[in-house]
Design a protein around this ligand. Structure first.
Ligand code: PEP
Ligand code: MN
Length: 349
């Protein structure tokens, strides 16, 4: 159950509500958002219980019966899809949001080159990892804070918003200083301590699906962030492990309409990690958008052969431009999304 409270509820009314809920045997958790407060009732509410009793309490605006284990993430109570602005660009609305860039921030020169390339295509979000979760401890681990400074500088030069991964709660201050969207990778989807801490920040969180996570588990992970008070969560399907090892991962395109049914949160797709092979990125991007994705995360590199991580799945610049052209064509027939036009006169050199 979800109980929406008056925006400016008085402390004494809140105390009365909590006392009353406890008397009824209801386990209440308060989530304080920027513009409202909400109580989630964690335990199952008996079908005989008349929820109108709650609606009548002073300070209560609305009550919803939500039977799913995830409450705040559920569409049962919030019918309208969540959308929010990131430095003037709306996420989760009519624009198909494209996040593009290399897997890792490699050097200042390279990230500037990538920023120039993607911004020319009308892209507004740049990606690049500074803290890299690598399978081998001997692989490139990322440039750390120096890398964050580089991507921030490039983003500011080209009017881009930064999306970068956080691996540990100890990095929150540094990552939040430089990022506009904080990415939680597949390996950390169930790092509940980290998720709780990200509930307290005032930056959107892009939450990738765990590589073996069921959709319910993924929505429960989102619930951790939401229940901490952060309403700005983007889900990102990035491929799961299945019995088939032909590709790196299996991009679960069906998760996109399922998430739209179950949740109001925006859902993006990452066909780069979802396939692990650049030749499959364009078809799976188109499939994801046709399936209703609100955005795409795409790895692109000026010279993938020399990439410090994930080279085989990085698009060549020409492929990236071809993808953008095809996305514009596709969204024009789908009609519920649009893609920005390329920048005709690039003001930067
Ligand atoms: C990435 O985006 O570079 C990344 C490591 O993603 P994932 O967590 O999906 O593997
Ligand atoms: Mn990568």
């Amino acid at each position: 159950m979800i109980i929406v409270l008056h925006k400016n509820i008085q402390g004494s009314d809140l105390t009365d509500i909590l006392r009353q809920l406890e008397e009824w045997g209801l386990e209440a958790y308060i989530a304080q958002f920027e513009h409202r407060s909400i109580i989630s009732i964690a335990n199952k509410v008996h079908s005989d219980f008349d929820i109108r009793k709650i609606a009548l309490l002073k300070g209560v605006v609305d009550v919803y019966r939500v039977d799913e284990p995830y409450k705040l993430a559920s569409r049962t109570w919030k019918k309208n899809s969540t959308c929010f602005e990131v430095k003037g660009v709306t996420v989760g609305a009519e624009e198909l949001n494209i996040i593009a860039g290399p897997c890792s921030i490699e050097s200042e020169e390279h990230i500037f080159e990538m920023a120039a390339l993607i911004s020319k295509e009308g892209v507004k979000f740049i990606r690049g990892g500074a803290f890299k979760p690598r399978t081998s401890p001997y692989s490139f681990q990322g440039l750390g804070i120096e890398g964050l400074k580089m991507i921030r500088k490039a983003a500011d030069t080209y009017d881009l918003r930064v999306v970068t991964e956080i691996m540990d709660a100890s990095q929150i201050d540094d990552v939040c200083l430089y990022a506009d969207i904080v990415q939680v990778g597949t390996r950390n989807m169930q790092n509940f301590y980290l998720l709780k801490q990200l509930g307290k920040i005032n930056k959107p969180v892009l939450l990738k699906r765990g590589m073996s996570a069921q959709i319910t588990e993924w929505l429960m992970a989102a619930e951790y962030i939401l229940s901490g008070g952060n309403e700005k969560v983007i889900l990102c399907e990035r491929g799961i492990r299945t019995f088939d090892h032909t590709g790196r991962n299996t991009l679960d395109v069906s998760a996109i309409p399922i998430v739209h049914e179950l949740s109001h949160l925006p859902i993006f797709a990452d066909p780069s990690h979802g396939t692990g092979n650049r030749n499959r990125v364009i078809p799976m991007s188109l499939a994801s958008v046709a399936a209703g994705a609100d955005g795409l995360m795409i790895e692109v590199h000026s010279c993938p052969e020399k990439a410090l991580s994930d080279g085989p799945q990085a698009l060549y610049p020409e492929q990236f431009m071809a993808l953008m052209t095809q996305l514009r064509a596709l969204t024009s027939v789908l009609q519920n999304k649009h893609v920005r036009e390329p920048q005709k006169n690039t003001i930067w050199v």
